[in-house]
Design a protein around this ligand. Structure first.
Ligand code: NAD
Length: 418
């Protein structure tokens, strides 16, 4: 049975799917690094979100690990290069958070423009400060979308409905068509976006090319009194430079869902958070029931698909009687073992095709026998899985022109050739 370790909070839906498919599941959503180093030793698969850091030290301890699924998008918490050298496959569920992050971005933009946080807070404190809260309309504003991928595009589509002008910036020029389809402008010139936008919203991945991309020099190029939104990754904006730009009044306000350190720890981060023109949220972009459900289910389904890869076996014979005998044998095995997905797919064109679920075979500790038949077209090899290897060999041995090549014993790892 394959063991799957889940080290971040995901919904129960994922665990149910995995258990139904007979995986052993350990849900340990707040595990620390020391314990993870121990637990990972006997795991075949891992499901994480953004909290768990998968570095070299962890991967060196992961002796059996074959797959990591990141429920969500960002892969910046995983040492992808080292995973490659260890032959650990990495997947994510990039579609799940799109709408939730896009909606939070819109929510933050509107909140910034209308002083929503301060207006709400002051009224709750018993103050009626109506005359101080004069904000801005969103309609007619130019919004620069930096990183016009899945989320950036979704944000742009919604903003178009608000009557905004869109300038999309991306290094991938194939995104130009999408920008133009929604009536936006596309550019690969960052300075152009910065100097022409009333609002800049960042939707980039964090990598070596984007780390601190919004440096002091870049922030200075933003229009005076413009707004900055970041719901992508904290490290992309130089926090100290942003604080300086807010304090000098060059940038009118910022909304941040992400920080270089999460939770924020530095003095600069604390000052940013408490700045009167900053609205901030604790990385809640994908924290909706819908996104969590979708990413949990997708993550579990990726694991199931990965381990339950279906194996097709094709037996071909010029003698239909040989095939019928093999077909009967497989049918019998299916009945006795009740192995799911063991199907006799066809008996036509002198061919039979079986479909077997790898995990089911593994769980049943099935052995297989590889047989070879000499045909006028050359030798054809195929495998038959069974719990009773001897019975199969006995069945096949008298069949004309079919000879047993090799078989594997129950342990599945000892290979013997006749
Ligand atoms: N706040 C949250 O909770 C939350 C949730 C999900 C995703 N995110 C973050 O949102 C970001 C965007 O996600 P996505 O699904 O839209 O990703 P995506 O890969 O679809 O889009 C990213 C885009 O950025 C472009 N890009 C990459 N490097 C660039 C560079 N140096 N200059 C210009 N363009 C560049 C890519 O070509 C791509 O089009 C990611 O950082 C992701 O981690 C945040």
């Amino acid at each position: 049975m394959y063991k799957i370790l889940i080290t971040d909070h995901i919904l129960d839906d994922a665990i149910k799917i995995l258990k139904k498919e007979n995986f052993e599941v350990e849900y340990n959503p707040e595990i620390d690094k020391v314990n993870l180093k121990g637990k990972i030793k006997d795991c075949d698969g891992l499901i994480i979100r953004g909290r768990t850091k998968i570095d070299r030290e962890i991967l060196d301890n992961a002796k059996k690990l074959k797959i990591i699924v990141r429920a969500g998008v960002g892969l910046d918490n995983i040492d992808l290069d080292y995973c490659k050298t260890k032959n650990v496959k990495v997947f994510n569920t990039p579609l799940a958070p799109i709408n939730s992050v896009a909606e939070l971005t819109i929510c933050l933009i509107l909140s910034l423009l209308r002083n929503l946080y301060e207006a709400n807070k002051s009224l709750k404190e018993g103050k009626w400060l109506k005359k101080y809260f004069i904000g801005f309309q969103l309609k007619g504003k130019t919004v620069g979308i930096v990183g016009f991928g899945r989320i950036g595009y979704e944000v742009a589509k919604i903003l178009t409905c608000f009557g905004c002008k869109i300038i999309a910036f991306d290094i991938d020029i194939s995104r130009k068509k999408l920008a133009e389809e929604i009536g936006g402008e596309f550019t690969t010139d960052l300075d152009y976006v910065l100097s022409n936008s009333d609002i800049i919203t960042i939707h980039l991945p964090l990598n070596s090319s984007t780390y601190k991309m919004f440096s002091k020099d870049v922030l200075k190029k933003m229009k005076k009194d413009s707004f900055l939104i970041n719901t992508s990754r904290g490290g992309i904006v130089d926090e100290e430079a942003l604080l300086e730009m807010l304090e000098s009044g060059h940038i009118a306000g910022a909304a941040l869902d992400v920080f270089e350190n999460e939770p924020p720890i530095t003095e600069v981060e604390k000052r940013l958070i408490s700045h009167k023109n900053v609205i901030c949220t604790p990385h809640i972009g994908a924290q909706t029931y819908e996104a969590l459900k979708q990413e949990s289910i997708e993550a579990a389904e990726i694991i199931v698909k990965f381990f339950n890869e279906e194996i097709y076996m094709i037996a071909t014979s010029t003698k239909i009687d040989s095939l019928k005998k093999i077909a009967e044998l497989v049918k019998k095995e299916r009945k006795e073992l009740s192995v799911r997905n063991l199907l006799l797919k066809s008996l036509e064109n002198n061919q039979i095709k079986f479909k077997l679920n790898k995990q089911a075979a593994y769980m049943k500790k099935l052995s297989f026998v590889t047989v070879k038949e000499e045909t006028p077209l050359g030798a054809i090899e195929f495998k038959i899985f069974s719990e009773n290897i001897k019975e199969i060999i006995d069945y096949i041995a008298p069949l004309p022109k079919i000879k047993t090549l090799q078989y594997r014993t129950r342990e599945f790892n000892i290979e013997e050739t006749e």
